[in-house]
Design a protein around this ligand. Structure first.
Ligand code: SF4
Length: 432
């Protein structure tokens, strides 16, 4: 029994929003005086993610027979029964209940009693608001995620997220500014704006501020915030203020991750996406015209139902047409309850091959970008030590992983010269 299990451990799967929420849950559980408890914050984006959570729960129980186990997150929200049936599990909490302090107080008070309810999961679609849960920081991070929004109003045909997260709801702007100020005061130099569909920020707030308005406010009212980074965005939903911030604000990091999903217009239509391949190409061109050094990443699904070779080729061509650098490739995974799960599927073997072809192209593009950094001066946010202080690792403004051959404090932003590129990482030396 490790000492960690004597206290609280949170096992986080999936997205940055889960990472932020895990910090909130840990605080609640500690304040409730819980001990010897493991909380699993699950993900439901793929069947594999849910399987990994179940496996991790079984292993934890086997290794620690007397530990208390709470399961929450999107997989628990969408299908709580699957975890209720597991003897290893003591409590199943919904995505809303997991953020409420009383959930942990009740768990502590009722643990082992007959009256203890094993499932506390309500209808996530009934949630209309998202309160901000202030955190002081992250146990093991030098980059801080700030939640600005939760849920999603869209219904892309392959996506299970709205059934786990509910409809879109925004955190009031004042709370976000206060949260960001608190994190920067606590030493965080990079703030990452996080949510499920952040470009829909503000639709549900009075006077409907946009994500661009929010970014402008943060840059104005948190002047000592060195770096502001956006998590995944829907390029078709970019507002004018955001376009101005992206193309003109130095503190807004020159790295955008786009939720593209496919490069073929027929497949985009069958996915119920709101953009065409031409929209994406045009967006990248317009941004680069004003900020030439910006880099783009993208999420792309391989093997969406009905995708034939020509349609797949359009995804490969889009990577080139937009000169994408960071690719996140998702082999299509049918999610029960989504419309796409009822469409004629592509065979598993073809899905695997297409995912591998996209990944190979992604690596080629990434290597090309990284090689082009050699000789340049870059700014690096140091994230952690390597080799006991002889060198450290961090990320440049373009989100390139970089190693500095010098002992530098984690959390510092330093200037370095790129000397080389090895195994996916830039090799740099301090250049003050
Ligand atoms: S925009 Fe589409 S893919 Fe993204 S969370 Fe919403 S439904 Fe899912």
């Amino acid at each position: 029994m490790t000492s960690e299990h004597k206290k609280i451990e949170v096992v986080t799967f999936g997205c940055r929003l889960n990472t932020y929420e895990s910090e909130v849950m840990k605080n609640h559980a500690e304040l409730a005086g819980l001990d010897n408890t493991v909380i699993f914050n699950t993900c439901a984006v793929t069947a594999e993610a849910t399987r990994q959570a179940r496996q991790s729960i079984r292993r934890t129980r086997k290794e620690n027979p007397d530990v208390k186990i709470i399961v929450t997150g999107c997989a628990a929200q969408i299908n709580p029964e699957q975890f209720k049936r597991m003897d290893e599990v003591d409590q199943v909490l919904g995505n809303e209940e997991k953020l409420q302090a009383e959930s942990y107080l009740n768990f502590g008070e009722n643990f082992g009693l007959d009256k203890a309810e094993k499932i506390l999961v309500n209808d996530i679609m009934s949630i209309k608001e998202t309160a901000n849960h202030f955190i002081e920081g992250y146990a093991d991070r030098t980059r801080a995620f700030v939640q600005v929004q939760n849920g999603c109003d869209h219904r892309c045909t392959f996506c299970i997220i709205p059934y786990g997260r509910g409809n879109s709801r925004s955190v009031p702007m004042g709370d976000i500014v206060s949260q960001t100020k608190r994190l920067v005061e606590n030493g965080y130099q990079e703030i990452i704006i996080t949510g499920v569909d952040i470009t829909s920020y503000g639709h549900d707030l009075p006077r409907q501020p946009t994500l661009g308005d929010l970014c402008q406010k943060l840059l104005k009212f948190v002047p000592n915030m060195k770096r502001l980074r956006l998590s995944s965005i829907d390029s078709i939903e970019i507002d004018d203020a955001l376009f101005q911030v992206i193309t003109e604000e130095e503190r807004l990091m020159p790295h955008l991750h786009l939720s593209l999903q496919s490069g073929d217009n027929m497949i985009l239509k069958r996915m119920k996406r709101r953009h065409s391949r031409e929209d994406t190409i045009d967006f990248c061109k317009r941004v680069r015209a004003k900020r030439p050094d910006i880099v783009f990443g993208a999420d792309i699904i391989a093997g969406f139902p009905t995708e034939d070779e020509e349609m797949f080729q359009n995804s490969l061509r889009l990577v080139e047409a937009c000169d994408l650098t960071f690719l996140h490739i998702f082999p299509y995974s049918a999610r029960e309850g989504t419309p796409a799960a009822k469409m004629p599927p592509v065979s598993g073997d073809i899905i695997k091959v297409r995912a591998a072809r996209l990944r190979a192209l992604g690596e080629e593009k990434f290597d090309h970008f990284m090689m082009a950094q050699i000789g340049k001066r870059v700014s690096i946010l140091v994230e952690k030590d390597l080799e006991s202080g002889k060198s450290v690792i961090g990320h440049t403004e373009h989100f390139a992983p970089a190693k500095i051959l010098a002992p530098v404090m984690a959390g510092a932003i330093v200037t370095a010269r790129v000397k080389g590129y090895e195994k996916g990482i830039l090799i740099t030396e301090l250049d003050n």
